[in-house]
Design a protein around this ligand. Structure first.
Ligand SMILES: [Fe+2]
Length: 195
């Protein structure tokens, strides 16, 4: 299918410039993401996973990891941080780090690393690129999540439809984000439930 050029694609690197991608792309989306399943009291807490070798403390505070000219498929990942009683947790810390489109981590600087805090409704929003594969791992984004004054969760988020999910021993279905394709975009969603 040939996509008509849109104002957004013409803008190129300005793709993230105009607020919510969901709002921008509503007309062009293949379909909306399925509604978030209602959180149920007593829901399982989000699974922890190993940190891996590439975490660096003191990432910059930013929700935008995408940089002008950065290679890769842009993605906007959104969701909520909730307690196990489904209460949205405002002011929770999320610290994301990931490989670039070639599967490489920036271990000298802070490219594709950033932290942010949930808003008053417990929501977060990350703008980035889909990480590339590197040997031994399926596609994933690392994150640490910590409610204000609470216990730190370290985990990893995975992408649906990846053949490598079957061969990566760390992969867990419970850590799959939901994704939808927009014109030129991946819209992702994942809600964290914290103990
Ligand atoms: Fe990794």
């Amino acid at each position: 299918m040939i996509e008509k050029p849109t104002r957004r694609t013409v803008l190129g690197a300005g793709v993230f410039a105009a607020g919510s991608l969901f709002a921008i792309d509503r007309g062009a989306a293949e379909g909306p993401l399925p509604p978030t399943p209602a959180c149920q009291d007593g829901d399982e807490a989000t699974l922890p996973q190993i940190e891996g070798p590439y975490f660096k403390p003191s990432s910059p505070e930013r929700l935008e990891l995408f940089e002008e000219g950065m290679a890769g498929q842009p993605i906007e990942l959104v969701g909520s941080v909730l307690s196990r009683t489904c209460k949205p947790l405002a002011g929770a810390l999320l610290d994301f780090w990931q490989a670039d489109a070639k599967g490489q981590y920036d271990n000298s600087g802070f490219r594709l690393r950033g932290h942010q805090f949930t808003d008053a409704e417990g929501r977060y929003r990350l703008r980035s690129v889909v990480p590339g594969l590197y040997p031994g791992r399926t596609r994933h984004i690392h994150v640490k999540v910590q409610p204000s004054g609470g216990r730190l969760l370290t985990t990893q988020l995975y992408f649906p439809g990846e053949s490598q999910n079957r061969s990566d021993g760390l992969f867990r279905r419970a850590l799959l984000m939901r994704t939808a394709k927009n014109a030129g975009w991946i819209a992702g969603r994942f809600d964290f439930v914290l103990d």
